[in-house]
Design a protein around this ligand. Sequence first.
Ligand code: FES
Ligand code: FES
Length: 156
Amino acid sequence: MSTRLLTLQVNGRKRETAAPAGAQLLEVLRDQLGLTGTKQGCDGGECGACTVLVDGQPRLACITLAASVEGRAIETIEGQSQGGALSPLQRAFHEHLGAQCGYCTPGMIMAAQALLRSDPHPSEERIREALSGNLCRCTGYVKIIESVRAAAGDPA
Ligand code: FES
Ligand code: FES
């Protein structure tokens, strides 16, 4: 299989890697760049586990060609904490038990991050809508919604 050189901007850093031509963003992040916080669930655009942000918008990395996002700002869960400190959303998921097995959590947090940037105090309905593409196999949706509300400063 042929490879090509990719230059990606990930979490504010320029990253260069050789990846198979036609590689999906998810495999480049995980296999080439070692950013395994982004999870592979269905690998078919159905579960949201692989959600990252591209130019601030949620994108499913499993169905996004890595070459198509060269030059765009890519954010993954690894970029959430700063200087070892959890982000407000990460802290809220921890304190409000939004993570159970934790597999869906990175995708949930990235989708919620995009929402809170555009609407810092979203209604519960808006939170549910923003996370509607993210499946939790532990089905702990109540705690996840509470976590996002808490991060938004709503005492839930
Ligand atoms: S792994 Fe991408 S949507 Fe499920
Ligand atoms: S916390 Fe287990 S899949 Fe959501």
